[in-house]
Design a protein around this ligand. Structure first.
Ligand code: 4AD
Ligand code: MG
Length: 436
């Protein structure tokens, strides 16, 4: 075969030329003397037209062998066709089968034969090839790119946090423990403490990487391994990071709307719900949020933490993400700075996504006083020796500082309008499920 090798996404620039496409069979249908094969190559989907009179008999007959996901190289002439998906189709001239695919376990999905997720999860390595999953990973790519672009444009330096750590950041009940040459070590729950060190060196920093929580949770919002982006800013206080967070989330949404319109369409996302996501976001205190819950008939006591249902009920009141600030310090992590107006409260904030997607951001201002922080270790029953380095940050030129963490799978699930976070990550780690 000879023809210029091109990707489907750039085919529009090659109308009238003979080209070669390398991909897999996505679908096919036959109507009399004309046969259609839909090929996907990772960059898009392409309709190839097989006309009997234009093809050698043995090539035309290969149609029968083109079962779902057979890998193929096709050659043909690209031509404009308004009705074809992508606006271009290929008039097939030659076809070569690379690898057979017998009984691909995921049938062509129609409304009435969507396989159960219990069937799909163990074949995630194949499930990734299907159209919706393909769209989701492309949205994930854009979200990740937007994250880096936002912080880069705003003067932040990326600092990578370690994955193996000697101590907890977010409470001791959700640690994955491992052996580190005879010492106990843990998979990181958050890079925050290390970002606090780094922001004293660079001013504005962020980390972006996998984080781990051994949570015995089976909700649509929980993963054991998820990716988190964590900015940390020296000399920043609570209002500064609330403002930064709303600009950040608006920027991510805007980029996905700009660059992933087709993918959002594939996912049947109602984008009118995303188009008005721009600063400022509504901001309410925890106490005001509790009032909302009471008005809505929830049996909820001031001082409790919100669960999924409460978060959904609060976010229903707003058509943008809502920031809830100043939670009771007792239900938050040890490092939170207390509100000088009311020491029962922490100078913290959570951002709740609309449409029931729950908390996508958690963050706040950090305790910057050595004396106060030392008291916290006793209150929270944490081994102070393991955190001496962290206390050093308060011994050598302490300053107010603040930051937050955004969970990217929850963010992707919300923007894409999918129900469960497990489809927002290529290979989800779920409760007692680590295959493939
Ligand atoms: O609220 P979290 O636990 O905050 C922290 O870890 C802070 N140290 C971050 C910081 O201030 N630098 O987690 C932050 C976000 C949550 O809002 C949520 O989006 C996501 O991480 N997250 C999870 N996502 C999926 N599965 C889980 N089990 C998650 N736990 C938290
Ligand atoms: Mg949180």
């Amino acid at each position: 075969m000879k023809g210029r090798i091109v990707y489907i996404e750039e085919l529009k620039k090659h109308v009238g030329e003979e080209v070669e496409i390398r991909g897999w069979v996505y679908n096919k249908r036959s109507s009399g003397k004309v046969r259609f094969v839909i090929i996907r190559d990772g960059t898009g989907f392409l309709q190839c037209v097989m006309v009997k009179s234009n093809l050698a008999d043995e090539v035309f007959e290969l149609y029968d062998e083109l079962s779902l996901e057979t890998s193929v190289i096709v050659k043909g002439k690209a031509r404009e066709d308004r009705r074809a998906p992508g606006g271009v189709e290929l008039e097939l001239q030659d076809l070569k089968i690379m690898g057979k695919s017998v009984n691909f376990p995921i049938p062509k999905v129609r409304e009435d034969n969507i396989p159960d997720v219990g069937v799909l999860l163990p074949i995630r390595h194949l499930w990734l090839r299907t159209r919706k999953q393909w769209a989701l990973m492309r949205i994930r790519h854009t979200v990740e790119k937007a994250i880096h672009d936002f912080f880069d444009k705003n003067g932040f330096i990326r600092i990578d946090a370690p994955i193996l750590t000697p101590s907890a950041c977010e409470g001791t009940t959700t640690l994955f423990e491992t052996d580190y040459f005879g010492e106990k070590a843990y998979l990181t729950q958050s890079g925050q403490l290390y970002m606090e060190a780094a922001c004293m060196a660079h001013g504005r920093v962020y980390c972006f990487g996998p984080t781990f929580r051994a949570e015995k949770s089976k909700t649509r919002r929980h993963l054991m391994e998820f990716w988190m982006v964590e900015p940390e800013i020296a000399y920043a206080e609570l209002p500064d990071i609330m403002e930064n967070a709303e600009r950040f989330v608006s920027y991510i949404v805007e980029r996905v709307l700009e660059e992933r319109k087709e993918e959002l369409k594939t996912l049947e996302r109602d984008i009118s719900k995303l188009e008005h996501v721009s600063p400022p976001f509504p901001k309410i205190s925890y106490t005001e949020a509790v009032e909302i819950l009471k008005k809505k008939g929830f049996k909820f006591e001031w001082g409790e933490d919100f669960g999924g249902d409460e978060e959904t009920a609060i976010s229903e009141e707003f058509d943008k993400p809502v920031i809830v600030h100043r939670y009771p310090a007792k239900i938050k992590a040890f490092y939170m700075k207390r509100d000088p107006q009311n020491p029962e409260l922490a100078l913290c904030m959570d951002m709740l996504a609309p449409e029931g997607y729950g908390e996508i951001i958690g963050g706040g201002q950090r305790e910057d006083s050595l004396e106060e922080l030392e008291k916290r270790f006793d209150e929270y029953d944490l081994p102070k020796e393991a955190y001496e380095w962290y206390l050093d940050l308060r011994r050598y030129g302490t300053v107010p500082h603040a930051g937050y963490g955004l969970g990217i799978e929850r963010t992707i699930a919300w923007i894409s309008g999918i129900k469960h976070v497990r489809e927002a990550i290529p290979f989800p780690r779920l409760l007692e499920k680590i295959y493939p």
